[in-house]
Design a protein around this ligand. Structure first.
Ligand code: NAD
Length: 528
């Protein structure tokens, strides 16, 4: 394979679907919005049923030969791909900043995470597992579709793409209509590297997802998004029995114990609550603080949040960007309006006015002091920079409150006593739990939600297995031996071993031995 300079993309201004390694325009186009200034961005394709059919056919045609490569061979393509992305860091950084409304710090984190995700995932290999005398191996499923949300437009698609391709599936990436730009350019880069049809990208409006989930040629949907849409995806996949992985919303609780070191804890909890303006599925969404340190915690978190600067993709000092899109912005304005409607106590920030056209979808970071447990802000995933701090006094009670959510993505406990904190995390109903941390996930470990937060996992070996069907192979090695050996001798040995180890051996071994005896009996009869 040639060096990454051979894969240079010159143009980051025009955008096409990528089907069968071709740049394909559509009759209809649309434009997304830069959330930092509400300006329209470049035109992108609006895919139709024909585009979906063409992409699925290309991915189906590419599947057999891609499947038949070894994992090492597929990893070589993917390594070239990540090197080519790294060679375009500047261009992707600018595009991602504009489409996602991320300040440079947030862009840097996403680009680092996605490069790390690919490099680390490529170290994994799915091997055959031997269970007694049978082998279990992992077979790619076929054409996979990744449906991606707008909060991490590159990273969340990359997690799906690299796992799907390494395990031998072919792939169609469907970005969110709010953030399609970087995905289309990744597809263009992929078209220079992968064999035809292996990696396709389709952009569209909100009709495109259902066209893909309904398509009979698609074998697996890996979806990241809201709980409500996840339920629709699962329903749509039922009619063709597609494999489904769902990575859905979260309402993560952080429990701060009375012995927590505030100087260490507050900056970390606040960072993990307000990162990307709260638009992260496993950000801290509820902070439960023990009453003994509650007032000091509120004072410290207010001081910290005051220091967070808001700004857009060109502001290197900014930590908080705008809300990514008008739909989420409208939802959050409604949530902020609950502050006065429900008479919530504001420790910092507060009511937000609708943006003057052109000023961007910014919201003031807000700290709410001990709101009622049944308030919307506590019960629902807010997905914005408004965070409830809640008081607790009884350990049983705080665990019950943390687990009261229908979601179960993540949860953390903050304490100097690591052993006691770890013991408490075992009682949290969530897919990932932390002690003195939150948000830390990595390519090496499975990530997924409990309860309404999802089905299945991504990342780690289990994430790779999610892109495969299990296949068990039974090879009857005794057959050749019997041709060469004295049947009666073998017969006696087998009877002996079957009876002797009968009580100790597993059902699998006993069944296998009995079947062997039956076959010996059959062969002896044929020979006489
Ligand atoms: P969303 O559910 O509105 O949309 C997600 C994707 O699904 C988009 O690409 C959208 O176009 C597509 N879609 C919409 N309707 C569809 C349908 N009927 N069939 C198929 N696809 C359809 O979510 P969003 O607003 O883009 O993202 C925010 C949500 O995603 C939050 O709830 C957040 O917690 C969640 N999220 C979860 C994770 C995770 O890993 N668990 C990560 C990031 C975001």
């Amino acid at each position: 394979m040639s060096t990454t300079s051979a894969y240079k993309l010159d143009n980051f201004e025009s955008f096409y679907n990528i089907i069968d390694n071709e740049l394909v325009p559509t009759a209809k186009t649309r434009r997304a919005v830069d959330p930092s200034n509400e300006e329209l961005l470049a035109e992108v394709p609006v895919s139709t049923q024909q585009d979906v059919d063409r992409a699925v056919a290309a991915a189906q045609a590419a599947f057999p030969s891609w499947r038949d490569l070894s994992q090492d061979e597929r990893a070589v393509y993917l390594t070239t791909f990540v090197d080519a992305i790294d060679a375009h860091q500047q261009e992707f950084a600018q595009l991602l900043g504009k489409e996602a409304g991320k300040p440079p710090q947030g862009v840097g984190i996403e680009l680092y995470l996605l490069s790390h995700q690919i490099h680390e995932t490529l170290k994994f290999r799915l091997t055959e597992e031997q269970i007694e005398d049978t082998d279990e191996r992992y077979i790619p499923i076929g054409v996979g579709v990744g449906i991606v949300p707008w909060n991490f437009p590159m990273l969340l698609g990359i997690i799906k793409l690299v796992s799907a391709l390494l395990t031998g599936n072919t792939f169609i990436w469907k970005p969110s209509p709010y953030s399609p730009y970087t995905a289309l350019k990744l597809g263009e880069l992929g078209a220079k590297i992968f064999p035809k049809g292996v990696f396709n990208v389709l952009s569209g409006d909100e009709d495109l997802g259902p066209l893909l989930t309904a398509h009979p040629g698609v074998a697996k949907i890996s979806f990241t998004g809201s709980v409500a849409t996840g339920k629709k995806v699962m329903q749509a996949c039922a009619s063709t029995l597609k494999r489904v992985t769902l990575e859905l919303g979260g309402n993560d609780a952080a429990i701060v114990m009375p012995d927590a070191d505030l100087a260490m804890t507050v900056p970390k909890v606040a960072t993990m609550a307000y990162f990307h303006s709260g638009q992260v599925c496993f950000c801290i969404k509820r902070v439960y603080v023990h009453e003994a340190i509650y007032d000091a915690f509120i004072a410290a978190i207010v001081e910290f949040v005051k220091s967070l600067k808001s700004g857009g993709p060109s502001d290197a000092e900014a930590v908080l960007g705008p809300i990514q899109n008008s739909m989420q912005y409208a939802k959050l304005l409604e949530l902020y309006s609950q502050v006065s409607k429900q008479d919530l106590k504001v420790a910092y920030g507060g009511e937000a006015a609708s943006s003057q056209s052109g000023s961007g979808f910014y919201l003031p970071p807000t700290v709410i002091d001990n709101p009622p447990e049944d308030s919307k802000l506590v019960v629902e995933e807010q997905f914005g920079p408004i965070v409830p701090i809640l008081k607790w006094s009884d350990e049983e009670d705080v665990i019950r409150r943390a687990n009261a959510s229908s979601m179960g993505l993540g949860g953390s406990v903050w304490s100097k006593d690591i052993v006691a904190a770890e013991r408490l995390t075992r009682r949290l109903e969530a897919g990932t739990v932390w002690v003195n941390a939150h948000f830390e996930v990595g390519p090496q470990a499975a990530f997924g939600g409990h309860k309404n937060s999802g089905i299945g996992v991504e990342s780690g070996l289990d994430g790779l297995k999610g892109w495969c069907n299990a296949q068990v192979v039974w090879i009857k090695k005794w057959y050749k031996i019997i041709d060469r050996e004295d049947i009666s001798h073998r017969n006696t040995d087998l009877i002996k071993s079957t009876l002797e180890i009968g009580s100790r051996s597993s059902q699998n071994t006993r069944l296998s031995n009995f079947q062997t005896l039956y076959n010996i009996h059959r062969i002896s009869r044929q020979k006489t």
